[in-house]
Design a protein around this ligand. Sequence first.
Ligand SMILES: Cc1cc2nc3c(=O)[nH]c(=O)nc-3n(C[C@H](O)[C@H](O)[C@H](O)COP(=O)(O)OP(=O)(O)OC[C@H]3O[C@@H](n4cnc5c(N)ncnc54)[C@H](O)[C@@H]3O)c2cc1C
Length: 261
Amino acid sequence: MTAPPELLTPTSPAEAAAAFGDGAGVTVLAGGTILLPELTYGKLRPTRVLMVGRAGMSGVEASNDVVRIGAATPVGELAGAPDPLVTAAKHVADREIRAVGTIGGNLCATAGDSAPRGDLQAPLLALGARITSAGAGGETTEDITAFLERGTGRLVLSIEVPTGQAFGYSRLDRPHTHHYTMLAVTAVKGADGVRVAASGVGDRSRRLAGVESALAGGASAADAAARANEGLDLPTDALASAWYREQMLPLLVQRALGQLG
Ligand SMILES: Cc1cc2nc3c(=O)[nH]c(=O)nc-3n(C[C@H](O)[C@H](O)[C@H](O)COP(=O)(O)OP(=O)(O)OC[C@H]3O[C@@H](n4cnc5c(N)ncnc54)[C@H](O)[C@@H]3O)c2cc1C
């Protein structure tokens, strides 16, 4: 019989970072909506589990032009964060899952076998969020694009999101008890131009480089949207085929850009 994992239960962010160390052999458990089934069915057999639920890592605080969100804040408690993050959060799963699943877990989620996950990554990418994490080399704060490109291996402590930016958001839902979003697009007009990101387009959400560079070059929304699929390897899952996503993504981009004004 396999020995049960050692449970680490920090009571502050500093204790959590110390317990995480360089992350070797540590599995982070937040709301557990993804991890618990994997543990229950033996897909994952960790030796040490770091539970962040009581580490004082939740809450939404606004100061000046930035909102700071603790990584263990439940998806259902993001009121006070900037849109379209709040709107996208309302479409994650159902009330029960949103009460337990956290923004940190969503940020670190990869797509499931049958449906996308990590729906909040796209609004965070478009909003230009900055991620503070602990791990090898100590605490760092970096742009979310760099954080997601590096992949897992760090403990997310908090997420900072700038406020006051114009945005557009459009999505395709599939009627389902648990309310999955098959594809969603967020566009945000920042000081450095328009950032456009999509969820449901692969393992994680992605910025749409073709669209962004077309807009930077002065293209119309329609012409920029026509480049939505550039560089993507769209998935087929239980919600939609890659072909359907390829047809729909440019339309969603055009709708989101149309809301920017
Ligand atoms: C029925 C159902 C419907 C769902 N529908 C949706 C949906 O519509 N959209 C969607 O996006 N997701 C959906 N999900 C997936 C999931 O509920 C959410 O993505 C949720 O936000 C995950 O958060 P969690 O805290 O439960 O993550 P956990 O299960 O605790 O962890 C998920 C992953 O993130 C890592 N992790 C968690 N917190 C941290 C941290 N602070 N630092 C580093 N790593 C961390 C864990 O190690 C693990 O790898 C659904 C799940 C279920 C069961």
